[in-house]
Design a protein around this ligand. Structure first.
Ligand code: MG
Ligand code: MG
Length: 271
């Protein structure tokens, strides 16, 4: 059942989402060769608590940490550990925070030092597909319209779209209806309703769409061990249009990256 949110509730979700956005921004300059994912996890947990929130993932379905840390061929749900990151790695960081009873949940794939051009391209296309998908989250559309847009764009680049893991509604629980697959058919699935809030999160593989799971019961990785990227935003349907509740601007500020991607997204939505 889709649970539409009031304007007040959407603002509370935005508050939690922005704590996640700021956490990712705080982590960005720390992501360097030699740092371990467990060190980054500790920094994040402290930062989230200092902002009056609780880590959203810690203990959720018994997950042991605050961040999901998935390097290279890991797709999602990697567990932080003591292995240092190295030059040329990518690391997908998924972060959740809960404040005032509402969750924020989003993700970004970071480059560690200098990354191969073809891996850079995977990150670029996956992030572009995120915004392309979000633009379809609008009045009159259905779940399949978002999935179709993401699938079409990424498959046209020759990438594999993970089937087993999907985006989701977001609110007082981390995973609400509807499921938001990154594949689908136009005009199919549940219809979007005013006030609903979702996490849209393409998980895109450089090679096969197929995945496997490590014996730890959590870590998902690509079946062919090629890299995978993951970008996620939290979005509300307001006045029939998608409104971003999360932002990557703190990451870009930390890394001194000049981009207008979120402004360009808004320009396209409101044109
Ligand atoms: Mg997430
Ligand atoms: Mg999510």
């Amino acid at each position: 059942m889709i649970i539409p949110k009031s304007r007040e509730e959407i603002e509370l979700i935005r508050e939690s989402a922005l704590i996640v956005s700021k956490t990712l921004g705080m982590l960005a300059p720390e992501i360097k060769p030699g740092v371990t994912t467990l060190e980054l996890d500790k920094l994040a947990e402290e930062f989230i608590r200092d902002h009056g929130a609780e880590p959203g993932f810690l203990g959720l379905y018994d997950f042991p940490n605050s961040l999901c840390m998935s390097p290279n061929a890991q797709v999602v749900h990697g567990i932080p550990n003591n292995t240092p990151l190295k030059e040329g790695d990518i690391i997908s960081i998924d972060c959740g925070a809960k404040k005032n009873g509402f969750y924020g949940d989003h993700a970004y794939t970071f480059e560690v030092g200098e990354v191969d051009p073809e891996v850079k391209k995977l990150l670029e296309v996956t992030k572009e597909s995120l915004y392309i998908g979000i633009r379809e989250f609008k009045a009159g559309n259905r779940v399949g319209d978002v999935g179709y847009a993401i699938q079409k764009y990424t498959e046209d680049h020759g990438y594999g779209v993970v089937r087993e893991l999907v985006g989701h509604g977001l609110g007082r629980t981390m995973h609400e209806d509807p499921e938001m697959p990154n594949y689908g058919r136009r005009g199919r699935g549940k219809k979007f309703v005013e006030g609903m809030v979702v996490a849209i999160e393409p998980m895109i593989n450089m090679g096969t769409k197929r995945i496997k799971q490590l014996p730890d019961g959590w870590t998902i990785l690509t079946a062919d061990n090629k890299p995978s990227a993951h970008f996620e935003h939290n979005v509300a349907l307001v006045d029939g249009k998608p409104e971003l509740l999360s932002t990557f601007k703190y990451i870009y500020e930390s890394l001194k990256i000049k981009t207008k991607e979120e402004d360009e997204f808004r320009a396209k939505v409101y044109d």
